[in-house]
Write a protein that binds this ligand. Structure first.
Ligand code: ZN
Length: 226
């Protein structure tokens, strides 16, 4: 199944140029693992970037530059900055991992390795250990929402990216399934509801705490931090 909702060109170009922060790069890389169209777009951005570099006057190279570049290429081959496709069509055998490669490396296993923490009834969270992220402000989390459950209404003080890994959810902006990336900003006050019948698992990126806006949830705000 090809995702229907993609990162915008700025994110894909930033990924190709290597200018994204680690968390954003991880979310985009996870989408790429599930989306051949965006893998092609990134390859194109990389080709364009390379052509632009070719036009730059050559500068003298340090004697160790070539071995360093070759070593880096080896690492990228092994680690796979551009992950191979391992998309799982719905209903595929269990043996195909739910977490695509770049994410699995951070989590240290597939979904069954995740140590969930209960946020509220029907919603569990897991903080993904990410290294260098602008003073820790940008957070990556896995969120598991029980089928049919609504995440409390909230707005964002920063950008939120939500990438669906299993199941699906709907909010005012549309319906999202595995591989789909939802983008929300401070303007959006939304209330995602997981599809009936299966847990929805997402990876989310926030660069500021979410503010809960429902009538009851406002009271909880000092106590509940997403
Ligand atoms: Zn895509």
């Amino acid at each position: 199944m090809i995702p229907a909702h993609h990162p915008d060109d700025a994110l894909l170009a930033g990924y190709a140029a290597g200018t994204l922060d680690e968390v954003t790069g991880l979310v985009v890389a996870t989408h790429l693992a599930l989306c051949p169209a965006c893998r092609n777009a990134v390859a194109l951005f990389e080709a364009v970037g390379g052509a632009l570099l070719d036009d730059v006057e050559p500068a003298p190279m340090a004697p160790d530059a070539l071995p360093a570049v070759m070593a880096r290429l080896d690492r990228e081959d092994a680690g796979g900055r551009l992950p191979a496709a391992d998309a799982r069509p719905d209903g595929a055998p269990e043996s195909v991992p739910a977490l695509p490669r770049p994410l699995r490396d951070y989590v240290g296993g597939d979904l069954d390795a995740v140590r969930w923490k209960r946020l509220i009834r029907g919603v569990d969270l897991y903080d993904i250990p990410v290294g260098s992220t602008g003073g820790g402000r940008i957070k990556a989390r896995l969120m598991r929402i029980k089928g049919g459950v609504a995440v409390p209404q909230h707005t964002h003080e920063g950008i939120e990216l939500t990438l669906v890994l299993a199941g699906g959810f709907s909010d005012a902006s549309g319906h999202y399934r595995r591989g789909d990336l939802a983008c929300s900003d401070a303007e959006v006050d939304h209330r995602p509801v997981a599809d009936e019948g299966a847990d929805c698992v997402c990876v989310t990126l926030t660069d500021a705490p979410l503010r809960l806006t429902g009538p009851l949830m406002r009271l909880l705000n000092p106590f509940v931090r997403f």
